[in-house]
Design a protein around this ligand. Structure first.
Ligand code: FES
Ligand code: FES
Length: 226
């Protein structure tokens, strides 16, 4: 598995490696209810033989391929815990049909299993939480830093606006992105770590929430569904 290969149009983070996109032959069998799909997941070409038209990409990744990094938080497109990259773009795995991955590149947090600057920064600043939201947030942060090595505070807020955290306030996440930016700059990957500073607590656009249900139990607040 290639962790950090060469970036491309469909794989801006370079996580997919050098594998070509697969093609399905025209005479392969398919039923009315299920079809096989082929795609490149974290650099490996995979085939899932029986995919139901209503199967989500998240379900196939977790239950059929055993890639449980993307989390099933709400199943309704509200929390961002299920974010994965499809052809280099962040998508909600719970709302994306698995069939959409046919012939495409899929990247999950497992592509960064050995860690990188983003993983280290999130662990350092957000380690007090349960970690359930971090795989999805980490992918959004990596996309942000790949496109904006020195993101402003408002850009960080916007990049994370689709993610819900039940454990931590916004500050640690912004600090983590800043630290990851600086670490990437030190590693020659771009970014200086210099960002505008604002009042996080007054932000009306940062949608990472702290325990909106008043629960201190992350398992209660964000119950795994599968
Ligand atoms: S599980 Fe997909 S947005 Fe919550
Ligand atoms: S650390 Fe974000 S949901 Fe627990």
């Amino acid at each position: 598995m290639t962790r950090r290969g060469q970036a491309s149009e469909h794989d801006p983070l370079g996580a997919a490696g050098a594998h070509p996109a697969p093609e399905r032959s025209a005479d392969e069998p398919a039923t009315l209810a299920t079809v096989p799909i082929r795609c490149v997941v974290n650099g490996d070409t995979v085939e899932v033989p029986h995919v139901w038209v209503a199967d989500s990409l998240l379900f196939v990744l977790r239950e059929r391929l055993g890639l449980t990094g993307a989390k099933d938080g709400c199943g309704e497109g509200e929390c961002g815990a299920c974010v994965v990259l499809l052809d280099g773009e962040p998508v909600l795995g719970c709302l994306t049909p698995a069939l959409a991955a046919e012939g495409s590149y899929v990247t999950t947090v497992e592509a960064y299993g050995e860690g990188d600057e983003v993983s280290a920064a999130l662990a350092a600043h957000c380690g007090a939480g349960c970690g359930y939201c971090l795989p999805g947030i980490g992918l959004s942060v990596r996309i942000l830093l790949a496109r904006q090595p020195e993101p402003s505070e408002s850009a960080i807020r916007e990049a994370l606006s689709g993610h819900l955290c039940r454990c931590l306030p916004p500050g640690p996440f912004v600090d983590a992105v800043r630290e990851a930016s600086a670490a990437r700059a030190a590693a020659g990957l771009g970014g200086s770590g210099a960002h505008e500073v604002g009042d996080l607590e007054q932000s009306q656009t940062f949608n990472i929430l702290q325990n909106p249900q008043g629960s201190n139990d992350p398992q209660q607040a964000v119950a795994p569904r599968g």
